[in-house]
Ligand binder design. Structure first.
Ligand SMILES: Nc1ncnc2c1ncn2[C@@H]1O[C@H](COP(=O)(O)OP(=O)(O)OP(=O)(O)O)[C@@H](O)[C@H]1O
Ligand SMILES: [Mg+2]
Length: 249
């Protein structure tokens, strides 16, 4: 579904992503792991069109999407969440989810959202409620974002990402900041999303989640791909152990 080839991006003297290649298979859960600063978020920012690559290419279903804007990618079926929550705090929970639905439509984002809330578009509202219920935050539809706990906001962001009806969902550290039981519930949700037919690419430090959920794992270290394979292969790789799994985590 997704093919990343020789992707590179530097910031000043820092090679954040350097000559990284891998494929994401349709219907699978893929993970990108690596120590802090390994280039995982930069890789997501390149794939999701936040940054343009210095070199290399990204193909989605065989189509070159390198350098495409995030809105264009949303229409092509790609959606994402962010390591640092990007929820609009001056909106209600359901308005945030409807914002995601708008990425799927051919309307100006802000004008559309404002128009929608005014005209109370029933269908999109119902879809947003259904998505919020699906991710487990259905009781908070009318709550203002500022009233919601961190765990609820993380799920809300996933509902917003799902609202654009993605085929490929990128999750940057879905378990970050969550406690053990919330992480367990998040793992169940991601598995359910994948079983529902959405291909998932996630970045995550929580090894229990990664190892328990991923069909395929790519390990980055200092911008480069160190290893890839299934959980067993990767966790037994001496270079990976030295670079990453050798830490307490
Ligand atoms: N916009 C930017 N400007 C300058 N440097 C950047 C920028 N984005 C990332 N970097 C640098 O690129 C390197 C990779 O950062 P990145 O955020 O991709 O790592 P990461 O693997 O996501 O780390 P973490 O696990 O801490 O989230 C780091 O050295 C970082 O400082
Ligand atoms: Mg990151």
């Amino acid at each position: 579904m997704l093919s990343v080839k020789s992707l590179s991006r530097s910031f000043g003297g820092v090679a954040a992503v350097s000559d990284v290649s891998f494929d994401v298979k349709k219907g699978h859960v893929h993970a990108v792991i690596g120590p802090n600063g390994a280039g995982k978020t930069t890789l997501f920012n390149l794939i999701s069109g936040v940054y343009e690559p210095d070199a290399g290419s990204i193909h989605l279903d065989g189509q070159d999407i390198s350098g495409c804007a995030p809105e264009t990618l949303a229409k092509k079926g790609m959606s994402r969440t962010f390591q640092n929550l990007q929820v609009c705090m001056n909106m209600t929970a359901i308005e945030n989810v409807m914002l995601g639905a708008h990425l799927h439509q051919n309307q100006s984002l802000w004008a559309g959202v404002l128009g929608l809330t005014k005209s109370a578009d029933k269908r999109l509202q119902e879809e947003a409620v259904a998505l919020m219920t699906y991710v487990g935050v259905g009781e908070y539809t009318d709550a203002h974002a500022t009233q919601l706990s961190f765990g609820v906001l993380k799920r809300l962001e996933i509902a917003r990402a799902l609202a654009s009806k993605p085929r490929l969902l990128l999750l940057d550290e879905p378990a970050a900041g969550l406690n053990d039981s919330e992480t367990h519930a998040m793992t169940t949700l991601i598995r359910r999303i994948a079983e529902g037919g959405i291909t998932v690419l996630l970045v995550e430090h929580d090894m229990k989640m990664v190892m328990g959920i991923s069909d395929h794992i790519v390990v980055l270290d200092q911008g480069r791909k160190l290893a890839e394979g299934n959980a067993l292969t990767v966790s037994r790789n001496p270079e990976v152990i030295a670079a990453y799994l050798g830490t307490e985590e």
